[in-house]
Design a protein around this ligand. Structure first.
Ligand code: DHB
Ligand code: MG
Length: 240
């Protein structure tokens, strides 16, 4: 039985081997040109592992997807909730040399390790790291945007405490540019989104989905993923 990092991954994220083969094949062919980027991302993962951060960053494919989405959107000012070791932040920062990111992390040790990783990736000068809980920081950011002290955001990646996904989206809408994009991680979680006798649904994700349904500011869908984080999904939304 594998222990440590490998053991956690093996237990938490058991994979159908077909998913692994497809990720390996597509990654080898389509991510090879990102070599210097994947090198610093692998260094970030190793450094985060060294300091005992949970190995729950987005996968390489999800990271590249986030980078391409931010590039398609032409994102200039991104808000991330849940920095962890900065893995997704490094992908997002590479969507454009001029993009600026504000990222919120509640855990001081995570933030310290992430800053090392962002520095090593050469993007720390474009990333503002705020240490605090999302529920404390989000209303402050809204106020600063309203007071003209901070630019509105055009893109957010929400990957923090899942119970607050709806409040986070609601706050984001109050400081978003028209047509801002929202991506939320871990929305499907082995189908623990739907009610079924064998599944215990995640109430934070259901509250988010059902509030979006009744909210005219938002238009959204959910994409299911399989891969080295097992079976999960992203919510994607546009703020009208
Ligand atoms: C887990 C995975 C995540 O991507 C996350 O943001 C939080 C928790 C998990 O597997 O428990
Ligand atoms: Mg996540």
């Amino acid at each position: 039985m594998a222990t440590g990092y490998a053991g956690f991954k093996a237990e938490r994220y058991a994979c159908d081997e077909r998913w692994t083969y497809v990720d390996e094949y597509t990654g080898k062919n389509l991510h090879a040109r990102d070599k210097s980027l994947t090198d610093v991302l692998n260094q970030a993962t190793a450094n985060s592992d060294k300091y005992g951060l949970l190995p729950i960053s987005v996968s390489e494919h999800q990271g590249k997807f986030l980078m391409l989405q931010a590039r398609m959107k032409g994102a200039k000012h991104i808000l991330e909730l849940g920095l962890l070791g900065g893995y997704s932040t490094i992908w997002l920062a590479n969507s454009s040399p001029s993009v600026k990111i504000t990222t919120v992390e509640v855990n001081e040790n995570n933030a310290r390790v992430a800053k090392e990783n962002l520095q090593n990736a050469g993007v720390l000068d474009r990333v503002e790291v705020i240490v605090g809980s999302g529920t404390d920081v989000m209303p402050q950011l809204v106020q600063e945007v309203k007071d003209g002290k901070r630019q509105p955001y055009d893109f957010t990646f929400i990957d923090a405490d899942k119970m607050n996904n709806w409040p986070y989206i609601n706050w984001f809408c109050q400081m978003a540019e028209p047509n801002a994009a929202i991506i939320v991680d871990n929305v499907v979680r082995q189908a623990k989104l739907v009610t079924h006798p064998d599944l215990e649904p995640n109430p934070g994700n259901r509250r988010m989905i059902e509030n979006i349904k009744d909210d005219d500011r938002l238009d959204a869908t959910v994409i299911q993923w399989v891969g080295d984080k097992n079976y999960d999904g992203f919510l994607m939304a546009l703020v009208k």
